[in-house]
Write a protein that binds this ligand. Sequence first.
Ligand SMILES: Nc1nc2c(c(=O)[nH]1)N[C@H]1C(S)=C(S)[C@@H](COP(=O)(O)OP(=O)(O)OC[C@H]3O[C@@H](n4cnc5c(=O)[nH]c(N)nc54)[C@H](O)[C@@H]3O)O[C@H]1N2
Ligand SMILES: Nc1nc2c(c(=O)[nH]1)N[C@H]1C(S)=C(S)[C@@H](COP(=O)(O)OP(=O)(O)OC[C@H]3O[C@@H](n4cnc5c(=O)[nH]c(N)nc54)[C@H](O)[C@@H]3O)O[C@H]1N2
Ligand code: SF4
Ligand SMILES: [Mo]
Length: 735
Amino acid sequence: MATKTDTSISRRSFLKWSGAATAAAVAGGQAPVLHSLAYTGEKSTGSEPEYHFSACGMCLNKCGLVARVENGIVTKLDPNPKFLKSRGMLCARGNAGTSQLYDPDRLKYPLLRKGERGEGRWQRLSWDQALDLAAEKLTKIGEEYTRCGVLFTPGSDMQSQFVHWFAEVFGSYNVTTHESNCLLSRNRAYLDTFGEVPFADVLHSKYIIMAGANRFESIITPDSIDLMTAMKKGCKLVVLDPRFTKTAALAHEWFPIRPGTDMSFFLAITHVIIHEKLYDEKYAQEKLYGLDKLTEHVKKYSPEWAAKVCDIPAKDIRRIAQELAAAAPAAMIYPGRRTSDYVNSTQIRRAMAIANALLGNWDKPGGLLAARMVGTTGPELPEAPFYDDNPDDRLDHGSAHIMFDEEGSFKHTRDAIIAGKPYPVKGWFTYKINPLQSVANRRKTLEMIDKLDFMLTVDIAMSDTAWMADLVLPAPSYLERQDPAAGLQGSSACACVVTRDPVVPALFESKPVFWILRELAGRMGLEEYFSFTMEEYREQQLRKLPDSERALREDGVYYNPSKLYGIYEGKIYKTKSQKIELYNERYAEMGLDPMPVCKPLRENVPSDRFRMVVGRNAYFTHCTTQNNTLLNELMPENTLWIHPNPAKKLGIRDGGTVILSSKSGEGELKAELKKGIREDTVYMASGFGVLSEGLTNVFGKGACMAEILEDFTDELSGNMAMHETIVKVARKGAS
Ligand SMILES: Nc1nc2c(c(=O)[nH]1)N[C@H]1C(S)=C(S)[C@@H](COP(=O)(O)OP(=O)(O)OC[C@H]3O[C@@H](n4cnc5c(=O)[nH]c(N)nc54)[C@H](O)[C@@H]3O)O[C@H]1N2
Ligand SMILES: Nc1nc2c(c(=O)[nH]1)N[C@H]1C(S)=C(S)[C@@H](COP(=O)(O)OP(=O)(O)OC[C@H]3O[C@@H](n4cnc5c(=O)[nH]c(N)nc54)[C@H](O)[C@@H]3O)O[C@H]1N2
Ligand code: SF4
Ligand SMILES: [Mo]
């Protein structure tokens, strides 16, 4: 039976307000992006269906949804028309959420490893047995190696904050997340330029350069939808990508840039803007720091010079700079998201941020926006205990120049665990993250696991990471659990709050990580730190938003009508100079390049080799949804994109099997001959070549990207640098 929750709405009221939403949106000037919202409703078979609000959990975007529940079963997921951030959309993955909920491959009860790691022999445990064992193992490691002897790795999720909190009260500051495999170098670059990481006001932009991002396949709401709307309204899109992605296909111009050379392009853009005086001098005087130094610095970086580095004709670079400046300030170099690509990614993104600064687009329509106020508050929690025998620092402390203290670097942490230095780490707690697939150099992750005494994974499926764990605990999907509130910001669309209540009761014996951590805390004498319920926690989060409880119940989303543009008027920037830093004094003090300096690539691609680049497609979320029955049908295995010319030289035909190898590992998969990729570059999707036999749709299909990728990192932030991998490709059977 379906549980009626606070967020449930009757079918009649749903139909009533779905019309009202459109009217309200028109009044709010949002009409062009809401054209697809007409909801027709469907005849119910048997008993009346119920509708429940929730937020999609198939990726990080948390799109508002309405779940249709019939006879206790979720039969359909629809977009919540009042949720402006996703512009009334649920993507293919969002629609396939029912298939995640009812996946026969789901973990059903706690499992303890028997036999060797990866052998797949498991013993079913009761929850009491599992929790007693976990508490005993973690306590023992804490006593023997200090509390920092346990690494915590929560993925991106609305309950991950409880894993962070547990790590803190348990006493370990060794916490890594997905971020050091994702976006740290972008964050670093924008923080060190503007003092803040911006949102892109894509909807109101007139000119966008997108480099190293793929917004029509790598979906970020509202940007993906707004990009199309903006283009319909006349915005020009220029894409730089070594591959002909779907974004490239829909762009006005596509340049297959030589991988790793974007900095030269953006320094040349800056050169043109400065030397042709295409910037606003008054703005520059008031807001920018170090323009004189930058002017001198970019003298040598002419379009003619850059053309030889990045393979984009000088006349196009000059023209694009002029067009971009003419559209400013409603113009932008899109900041992108995943920047785990090169050893100098922070400096590449600094070059992009600096060019943005010259456009004067900060805090302006069509430009880069500061974070808006959402208004949720951090709950009041007791002070975490202090353990005086703990080491001074995180395990990865000092392994890159300017790391984020809270995040560190997974790659450097892994190296330190393998080396056992500066101190041993013997326990690993992972939640909703799959490093065996998502972190470059799988062999090293396996080597790290070999050093551990105890590894615990909380997941919904037998991921590769779960497959290697000692104890596997089953979690409910996003449709079956109660979550804290989450504040969402995203361009001009929203400063809003969403939350989740169970749409249906949790299946099997699955239990939320919040419950698991409370139970563990209770067994470890830490119960006072988890003595709150989810309702109490949420109440605290929303205490300064009196109308939010009603809005969440009636609309499934709460909007804070906070200021959107002009937030920085009369305010100083959160940088050392209190201005936008073209020249970064702090970098200079640390002996780092205060302005991006274009240096040769770490390794040029030899004529008989290829650079491997990564990137996603719209069917899958990372390495997770490949096993989802509905999505797997769209792409049952991964293939190697290779240009027909080198393929011909190597005797590789379309659909033929190839052996792919790098310094990290190798794999076997089918070739897909594509004219839309540079001749020196290859590409494949991630999430295949799995170790886990518990993923029955995908096991035995394709090759594993994490096995092939080498684990270089960005020197400044410690972010992974996955595109530094050079690979050999051979036809299977070729000598
Ligand atoms: N469908 C779907 N959507 C997602 C996700 C998902 O897994 N699936 N994940 C979400 C997450 S967590 C993130 S971080 C974002 C990531 O989204 P994006 O930041 O857009 O990153 P990618 O999709 O990896 O796209 C990077 C592009 O850069 C290209 N590229 C490689 N090397 C170079 C180079 O040297 N120069 C240039 N100019 N281009 C290069 C690659 O070919 C690729 O197309 O997507 C989010 N949205
Ligand atoms: N080759 C390659 N590697 C990459 C990237 C790439 O493009 N290519 N992208 C990088 C980027 S940008 C990122 S953000 C990272 C992402 O990498 P990860 O953070 O590891 O993300 P996923 O691969 O989505 O793994 C999520 C895990 O959570 C589980 N899960 C899903 N829903 C739930 C739930 O409700 N509860 C619980 N407990 N578990 C759940 C899934 O089964 C899966 O095991 O990968 C990085 N690594
Ligand atoms: S973009 Fe797609 S998968 Fe991600 S939250 Fe939205 S509907 Fe779900
Ligand atoms: Mo990411």
